[in-house]
Design a protein around this ligand. Structure first.
Ligand SMILES: Nc1ncnc2c1ncn2[C@@H]1O[C@H](COP(=O)(O)OP(=O)(O)OP(=O)(O)O)[C@@H](O)[C@H]1O
Ligand SMILES: [Mg+2]
Length: 463
């Protein structure tokens, strides 16, 4: 139900319109002059002002202009005589939503009002949703109190206000997609579209048509015309994920588009222009890709306008407790001290996404009803086993030997355990007896090495 202000010096007409609206369940007010309409609108909230363009005191166009200015949330519908449709067009230009040409039927009037109210409702809903999304993507709600994340979030806040192209760099799962969305919802384009395209997932021809669209019959299988992402994100933001993976041909087309925002749909010779803000992301080292000639240098400079580096989680371990709290706040679960310790010790190659997955799995395992506590046994082996075990491949470098590694491990364990052999054995995951036996053979090896050295008359360093 709407609240509608009717303004016309023909009192008989406004009375009729008012009664038609009241029957339909709306509430109305009536005034006879432009001055009264402007005054009442600025004092009270109306959904719609219906005003004649010919008024005794003011020009109806002036009423439209003022009302749109003073209370932009009120929509204006103008009534005009046949002879003045030109003025009606001018009224629309000034911000009126619709116009009715006299004479019109009450049915038509009611229908137009209903349509406008329906549109207002949708708009209000869309506004609420956009607010919710914008809230969800508020930098305040992104976890990161480490110095590096604070810097990243500050950069996001600053660049979001501009139209600059942003390049998000970081390992998988560090939050690139989250920040791309944040940038859009914090920008003045937030009520415009946000289109996301995953460039690595598509073969070249498909990617080109996803980006720029195609005309019917442009290639085999193109049975319908298709609007591409660049057109769909007009007045909004286009987020291109995995930009490091695109082929040379697409790189060339993208470069041209980035230079002047002009493009062709596949199979069309008509050049088109759009207003789009770019956010791009990759987990690839683009500079290296340029050196390897896999990525065009000119395109790299085009997109490297405002790079933001997302640090891997292992380089901001201090954010982990807050991230855990953030993730677990969606569940009725808490972490045991031991579980937290293991989580802090792990290197998180999959970054925040891996942390989310681990915790969500643990919540299920800890399951049960009521408040769950996540224990060591609810965590995957990667965390509870040797926490920072390097991959075997990375160990097999020149100079490597199993014996050498074992000796290094034993020394490290003894150092960490301050010489306490039981504790060192526990750290190594072996029995005390086995440790003693290893230490003994280590001593023996070292002694014989020393003997060899002195045999060769070479004093060398000892120890
Ligand atoms: N700082 C953060 N605070 C809260 N949640 C975060 C943060 N960073 C990442 N996340 C969450 O972690 C998950 C992974 O983040 P996201 O998808 O943005 O990573 P990505 O860098 O885009 O990964 P990929 O390279 O695989 O696309 C998401 O669920 C995201 O909401
Ligand atoms: Mg992503």
């Amino acid at each position: 139900m709407g609240r509608i202000l009717l303004c016309d010096d023909e009192v008989k007409l406004t009375r009729m319109l008012a009664s038609a609206l009241t029957t339909a369940g709306h509430s109305t007010e009536r005034v006879a002059t432009g001055r009264e309409a402007i005054e009442l609108c600025s004092r009270e909230a109306f959904d719609i002002l219906v005003t004649d363009l010919r008024l005794p005191d003011t020009d109806g166009l002036e009423v439209v202009r003022r009302v749109r200015q003073v209370c932009p949330e009120t929509d204006v519908m103008v009534i005009t005589a046949h002879a003045t449709t030109e003025t009606a067009v001018e009224a629309m230009r000034l911000g009126a939503y619709d116009y009715l040409v006299k004479p019109f039927s009450l049915d038509e009037f009611r229908m137009r009002i209903a349509k406008l109210l329906g549109r207002r409702e949708l708009q209000a809903r869309a506004g609420q949703l956009a607010d919710q999304l914008s809230n969800l993507h508020n930098p305040e709600n992104i976890v990161g109190s480490s110095a590096r994340m604070r810097e990243v979030l500050e950069q996001v806040r600053q660049v979001a206000r501009t139209d600059a192209t942003v390049l998000l760099l970081g390992e998988s799962g560090t939050g690139k997609t989250l920040l791309a969305r944040t940038i859009h919802y914090q920008s003045r384009r937030r009520s415009g579209p946000l289109c996301e395209l995953h460039c690595a997932a598509l073969p070249e021809t498909l990617l080109e048509s996803e980006l720029f669209g195609h005309e019917r019959g442009a290639f085999t299988g193109a049975s319908e015309q298709r609007i591409g992402h660049v057109e769909r994100s007009h007045r909004g933001t286009l987020f291109l994920d995995e930009i490091g993976e695109i082929s040379p041909a697409i790189q060339a087309k993208l470069l041209r588009f980035l230079q002047d925002r002009q493009f062709f749909r596949v199979g069309s010779t008509q050049v088109r222009t759009v207003d789009v803000r770019f956010v791009l992301a990759t987990n690839r080292d683009l500079q290296q890709a340029v050196r390897d000639r896999a990525f065009r240098e000119d395109l790299f400079y085009r997109i490297n306008v405002f790079p933001i580096h997302l640090p891997p989680l292992r380089e901001r371990i201090e954010d982990v407790p807050a991230l855990c709290a953030h993730i677990l706040s969606r569940h009725r679960a808490r972490l045991s001290e031991e579980a937290m310790e293991l989580i802090l010790r792990y290197s998180w190659p999959g970054n925040v996404r891996e942390l989310e997955n681990v915790l969500e799995r643990a919540v299920i395992l800890a399951g049960g009803t009521g408040e769950a506590t996540i224990l060591r046994r609810h965590l995957p082996a990667a965390l509870t086993g040797a926490p920072t075990a390097p991959s075997p491949g990375s160990l097999l470098v020149p100079g490597f030997s199993i014996d050498g590694l074992e000796r290094a491990l034993i020394r490290e364990a003894l150092a960490r355990a301050s010489g306490n052999k039981s504790e060192a054995a526990r750290l190594l995951g072996i029995t005390r007896r086995r440790l003693y036996s290893r230490l003994k053979s280590m001593e023996a090896d070292e002694a014989s090495e020393q003997a060899e050295v002195s045999d060769r008359q070479d004093p060398g360093p000892s120890g």
